[in-house]
Write a protein that binds this ligand. Structure first.
Ligand code: F3S
Length: 402
């Protein structure tokens, strides 16, 4: 493949992968079951990214394993309604066309594991998108490093990744014990991103092992917790004994001799973390953004129930980000009409951070996402308030937080 016997695009992909492998001391390549690429939003990959996508497409490259696409830099259907500049949209559509030629699966989401790219325990993957990587490694027990843009495309084309880091058994053992000392039954949706945010700050890139998470924790809670942990730190794998597949019991993933540190999270730490996730606490809020990572149908149903029969305050925007598939379900189940008639909107195939949200001039954003709360001040140029979906809806009706 590296010698060019499989064509120029494969040769180029292998050149990229072997360079990365050399840097990290990989001794061999692993065949991957699937890939997920972030070479998708124009806002992030810019003109150079457009050219790379087009170059691979011109070379006749094809993804050799199922490869899902991360969100695009705008709602691919409603972009005019949301006043995306024409020249921006034109560049975004060049990425769309190139990814179509390459054979990318157009889910345009950061939750590919909910949309057809659901790997099995122990499978090697070539994924990027930090929130998806931590979910795949931890909740599904698959194996991927946090790849970067371009390397993820190379992996998808070659069907291989250099075998280092989280592909190796010895690098998947827990390193830090995180004891969650809050009554499991009292933990609510909004606590999970805060727990993740706290963990990311404490452990950076180490592998935490969490105790105190209830056994019946939902997929969405783990999705939102992992996304926050991958944001405030660079957590790519965590274990929860009795919950995640590699951690049957505590001793399966954490031995005394490997435990570098023990961290405790109680009510005080949880409260302080939530405070830290806000840049302001009260006043006028002009933008509500939820769905980071993309909302599941379960989360969307909850938002619809809260918004039913209500009206969002004039001069306030309430945007919910999700996938086309979830939107289709929402239409069939009546949630779409409920949400849109409240004045809120469902945007698909994009999100508040990878689209040019700064063009609207919003001043204060409220979100229930730990990842979004972290990045919004820099990327959306807003103040940020972290709060539950219930608090978001209540504030959106009033237009402010007293
Ligand atoms: Fe997904 Fe965008 Fe958040 S890609 S994880 S919704 S920043």
């Amino acid at each position: 493949m590296l010698a060019g016997g499989c064509g120029e695009s494969v040769r180029l992909a292998m050149e990229i992968l072997t360079e990365v492998g050399d840097i990290y001391g990989a001794e061999e390549m692993a065949k991957i079951a699937s890939a997920h690429t972030v070479m998708t939003p124009y806002r992030d990959i810019m003109d150079a990214g457009v050219e790379i996508c087009e170059r691979f497409a011109e070379l006749g490259a094809k993804y050799s394993v199922p490869t899902t696409l991360d969100p695009a830099g705008m709602d691919l259907q409603r972009w005019r309604e949301f006043k995306i500049p024409e020249d921006y949209a034109e560049r975004q559509m060049r990425i769309v066309r190139a990814q179509e030629k390459l054979g990318g699966i157009p889910v345009w989401t950061c939750t590919p594991y909910l949309h057809g790219n659901a790997p099995l325990l122990g499978q090697h993957l070539g994924w990027s998108e930090s929130s998806a990587v931590v979910f795949a490694n931890s909740v599904m027990g698959a194996r991927t490093n946090r790849l970067t843009a371009v390397v993820d495309m190379a992996a998808a084309i070659a069907g291989r990744v250099p075998k280092f880091g989280l592909h190796l058994d010895e690098n998947r053992i827990g390193e830090i014990l995180v004891k969650i000392e809050v009554k499991p039954k009292t933990l609510t949706d909004i606590d999970y991103p805060a727990i993740g945010y706290f963990i990311g700050k404490q452990v950076a890139d180490k592998i935490p092992v969490l105790t105190g998470i209830p056994y019946d924790v939902s997929t969405d809670k783990l999705k939102n917790m992992g996304a926050a942990a991958a944001t405030s730190g660079s957590v790519a794998l965590y274990h929860i004994p009795g919950v995640t597949p590699e951690a049957e019991k505590l001793g399966s993933v954490l031995q005394k001799e490997n435990c570098k540190e023990t961290v405790e999270l109680g009510l005080r730490e949880l409260r302080e973390t939530k405070e830290e996730m806000c840049t302001t606490r009260a006043g006028k809020v002009d933008f509500f953004a939820v769905g980071c990572p993309h909302y599941s149908i379960v989360e969307l149903a909850k938002a619809a129930a809260l918004l039913k029969g209500k009206k969002i305050r004039r001069g306030t925007e309430f945007w919910i980000y999700t996938t086309k598939h979830v939107e289709m379900l929402a239409k069939r189940m009546g949630y779409f009409d409920i949400i849109e008639s409240s004045g809120a909107h469902i945007l698909t195939e994009t999100c508040m951070l990878v689209s040019p949200t700064d063009i609207y001039g919003f001043e204060t954003m409220m979100t229930n996402s730990g990842k979004c709360a972290h990045y919004a001040p820099a990327l959306c140029k807003t103040e940020v308030i972290y709060g539950s979906i219930e608090e978001c809806v209540e504030a959106a009706i009033k237009g402010f937080i007293p």
